[in-house]
Write a protein that binds this ligand. Structure first.
Ligand code: AMP
Length: 318
């Protein structure tokens, strides 16, 4: 029997050192699974799966526990070191430059999920080695499975990644990564080509420009919520995925035959969660986020993207 409203996520649980034009931070709490979990926890119960080292302490666990995230499946490896990522952004914040990636305890992680994690309704395979994503996928019976990845895995483990994508319902990737994966320069064609690998839904994340959702015969697109103060885009993609899948789990929808209005609302929630994430460094903003703030920004987002149809009479004819 599956647990009502519950979501399992596997992905990196990390320390991030980040430099943007607006500042610099050393060893902040980060990782794809962490950013995702904090966003999704505003909609549903989240269980996070993955290894950490001795360096992952009470302060880091507290951030997750304060949001009600279940951490029983976080494995603490004695003598090990947590995943570490160092990156920077130039004036164009849409492009992340990786300076260092240390898999550390993820290097020989063999996932063994608890029963509660295996039985979740929704599973998110956050960015990490595709073989690990597949090992977790194989243990879960979720009705809706989403997957994210990045250029590193497209370049170094493409076959494993394609095999992982073939086993999910929803693929979420950056526009540039979709082009790289499929070899198609046009985003609509690239997204359609990605649905041919298996997932019925492909979400192309487009940084500050928003996101587009493609099914085999339809599409829906929304802009980004334009902010005047963006400090650190790290984790925006994972927060988007957390809002998107968290909302779908919260309303009990799957993407296999999910009602179109639910998918559209999920896109809006994804954008809203991503927009909050980039306002602060690391998990700073997500930690203090409330449901009221989310609903308020969602209403504002709806107002900003709405228009009424009204034709101008054609002066040269009927
Ligand atoms: P994004 O949402 O795309 O900005 O993802 C940012 C997060 O991805 C950071 O918190 C990093 O710790 C994590 N990350 C960076 N590179 C990798 C990688 N190769 N595998 C897994 N996670 C990564």
């Amino acid at each position: 029997m599956s647990l009502a409203m519950s979501l399992t996520v596997v992905g990196s649980i990390a320390f991030d050192s980040v430099r943007t034009p607006f500042g610099e931070r050393e060893r902040m709490l980060g990782g794809s699974a962490v950013h995702f979990a904090l966003a999704a926890s505003l909609f549903t119960t989240v269980r996070i799966v993955g290894p950490v080292g001795d360096d992952f302490g009470d302060d880091e666990f507290r951030v997750l526990h304060e949001r009600g995230v279940e951490t029983d499946d976080i494995e603490r490896v004695e003598g090990g070191e947590s995943f570490f990522w160092r990156g920077h952004y130039e004036h164009d914040l849409n492009v992340a430059h990786t300076d260092d990636t240390q898999l550390n305890v993820f290097g020989d992680f063999q996932p063994k999920l608890s029963e509660a994690s295996r039985e979740a309704d929704v599973l998110f395979l956050g960015n990490i080695q595709p073989d690990l994503q597949r090992e977790v996928r194989a243990q879960c019976s979720a009705r809706l499975v989403g997957l994210d990845s990045m250029n590193l895995w497209i370049e170094t483990t493409r076959d494993a990644l394609v095999a992982a994508i073939a086993e999910v319902d929803c693929l979420l990737l950056n526009d540039a990564e979709l082009r790289m994966l499929t070899g198609e320069p046009n985003l609509a064609r690239a997204s359609r080509a990605a649905t041919d690998i298996g997932p019925g839904v492909v979400v192309a994340k487009r940084g500050e420009y928003g996101a587009a959702l493609f099914t085999r015969d339809d599409f829906f697109a929304i802009p980004g919520y334009l902010l005047e103060d963006v400090r650190d885009p790290t984790g925006a993609g994972d927060s988007f995925a957390g809002g998107f899948l968290g909302y779908l789990d919260g309303v009990g929808a799957g993407t296999k035959g999910a009602p179109e209005p639910d998918l559209r609302r999920a896109m809006a929630y994804g954008s809203v969660l991503a927009s909050f994430n980039v306002e602060g460094f690391g998990t700073e903003r997500a930690q203090s986020l409330t449901s009221e703030e989310i609903e308020e920004r969602l209403r504002e987002f709806k107002r900003l993207t709405h228009f009424e149809e009204q034709r101008v009479p054609n002066p040269s004819g009927p």
